[in-house]
Design a protein around this ligand. Structure first.
Ligand SMILES: C=C(O[C@@H]1C=C(C(=O)O)C=C[C@H]1O)C(=O)O
Length: 492
């Protein structure tokens, strides 16, 4: 990989997206260098240029990218940390299937990096990043509902906006082939950026909330309530007979806007952003569908060779009053059933990380993670990655954790495959990003919905152990479904 650090443009020069277009020299020289390499190697070479730009609301950038393009769009934000990424288009698409999908994706990413030509301003690293997700279970036959979302899909966007508080950068990624007309490529890139810039200017100040009058929601369980509860009862019997210790059963709900107007993702995201500031808010548009959610649960994050996760398992509703809320929280912290559910996840993750890290630190006792209408038991786990190991390797070994699958993994997954009857696809799989330095964040894709036009399928599940009750498990899924119902309705 060739990296060239360039001086940061002086601050007066850092304005909107269009300021990047003024750095045509840098764009041309990056493309040209990639073109020379492509000719000598007889293969595609990635050219990438990152420049600082003035910070804009990432939600506005998403909306504009969406209006201006029918391509893939990715949104990822952590509102409390004021960090967000928005990507549009696919410069490079990595797909993989089967149980070794993470290793295969990692090998493809490595090959792309090997010859890449990267120009970046020194203080604003950013640089090329992959965005994407992994399905829950690569052994499930391919599912119609999820046809555009394969087992593993990582995309290097054509344009990627990186936002962190007051700072922002734009990354341009362009694969270059031998013989490509460099000036024409630069013109196309500049035209794309200019039209996005104009769209942002036009959009600035326009409202983001979907007109509520255009929403009339019909909500229907994919499986009748009684049928789902009897699956829970069957799982409890299996657990009591010793087949496994824990299994997570999920269900789906179809929400249709009977007013026939399409759901406006550009209005759903701000709602989630506002209501769930501690969550990771995500959206991935591909084909006609967009997978959207506000997940509270990181699967694995890597920053400077340190891995971090915070499994959640064990849930209770929030109270109506402060006193009731405290009582419910204390009951959750002391509930034997929830502690068992939680401990299974923590121990499993700790073991996996121990094989990849020199040291693993686990919080002594679970703490409460309080969200809008649900609270969970949570444990922070941190490990120092051993040389030669990576985030994608951790992801391959960890997923699915018992927080979304079960324990022991094999019989629990077999039960889900045979009994659950839900096309989980990317729901309870993982979604996130990865850069060239080995940093990245993947979260469990929970509190989520797959949206197409005026229809959405919402997903929620819960951990079943020996003393679980179908009635309370059903209620738990209802609290979890509230996240996306609120998002779709545009209500707190
Ligand atoms: C499966 C879901 O959530 C998971 C299951 C939990 C539980 O069983 O208590 C809690 C958080 C998540 O790990 C979901 O939100 O759909």
């Amino acid at each position: 990989m060739d990296i060239v650090f360039i001086d940061t443009p002086d601050t007066s020069d850092i304005t909107g997206l269009e300021s990047v277009v003024r750095h045509r020299e840098q764009l041309l020289s990056t493309l040209l260098q990639a073109s020379h390499k492509a000719s000598s190697l007889h293969q595609n070479v990635l050219a990438s240029l990152t420049l600082p730009i003035a910070a804009e609301d990432p939600l506005l950038i998403f909306k504009t990218f969406k209006q201006g393009s029918a391509d893939e769009i990715f949104f990822w934000a952590h509102p409390e940390e004021q960090s967000a990424f928005v990507g549009v288009g696919a410069a490079i698409t990595i797909e993989a299937t089967g149980l070794t999908r993470c290793a295969s994706a990692a090998a493809q990413w490595h090959a792309i990096q090997e010859h890449a030509v990267i120009t970046a301003s020194s203080i604003h690293l950013g640089g090329p990043m992959l965005f994407g997700g992994f399905s829950f279970d690569p052994l499930l036959p391919s599912q119609q509902l999820w046809q555009d979302f394969p087992d593993a899909l990582l995309i290097l966007p054509l344009l990627h906006y990186h936002y962190s508080g007051t700072r922002a950068a734009l990354t341009i990624n362009q694969p270059v082939n031998e013989g490509d007309d460099i000036a024409r490529l630069a013109d196309e890139i500049s035209a794309r950026i200019r039209s996005l810039h104009e769209a942002i200017e036009a959009e600035n100040g326009a409202g983001t909330v979907q007109d509520k009058a255009s929403l009339q929601l019909s909500i229907q369980n994919l499986l009748p309530e009684s049928a789902w509860k009897s699956k829970v009862a069957d799982a409890v019997k299996m657990i009591q007979s010793g087949a496994f210790e824990k299994v997570v059963l999920a269900r789906g709900v179809r929400v249709v806007n009977t007013a026939e107007e399409a759901f406006d993702i550009g209005a759903v995201l701000p709602q989630l952003y506002k209501t769930y500031p501690s969550a990771h808010i995500f959206a991935f548009q591909r084909g006609q569908r967009t997978f959207v959610g506000a997940t509270p649960e990181p699967l694995i994050e890597a920053h400077n060779k340190q891995l971090r996760t915070m499994p959640l398992a064990g849930s209770a509703p929030r109270g109506e009053t402060e006193a009731e809320d405290r009582r419910l929280g204390t009951e959750l912290l002391h509930s034997a059933k929830n502690k068992v559910e939680h401990e299974i996840v923590v121990v499993t993750i700790q073991k996996v990380l121990a094989s990849l890290c020199s040291t693993v630190r686990v919080e002594d006792t679970p703490h409460l993670l309080r969200l809008k209408n649900i609270q969970h038991l949570a444990t922070t786990i941190v490990g120092d990655l051993l040389p030669g190991h990576s985030l994608l390797e951790a992801l391959q070994d960890l997923a699915p954790t018992p927080a979304v699958g079960g324990f022991p993994r094999k019989p629990a997954l077999e039960f889900i495959r045979k009994q659950e009857g839900l096309e989980r696809g990317w729901y309870s799989g993982s979604i996130g990003w990865l850069d060239m330095q080995g940093n990245g964040e993947f979260a469990l894709a929970l509190r989520s919905a797959l949206i197409e036009g005026n229809q959405a399928i919402l997903f929620a599940g819960g951990g079943i152990v020996a003393d679980s009750h179908p009635e309370s498990e059903y209620s738990e899924t209802c609290w979890k479904l509230q996240v996306m119902l609120r998002g779709l309705r545009g209500k707190d």
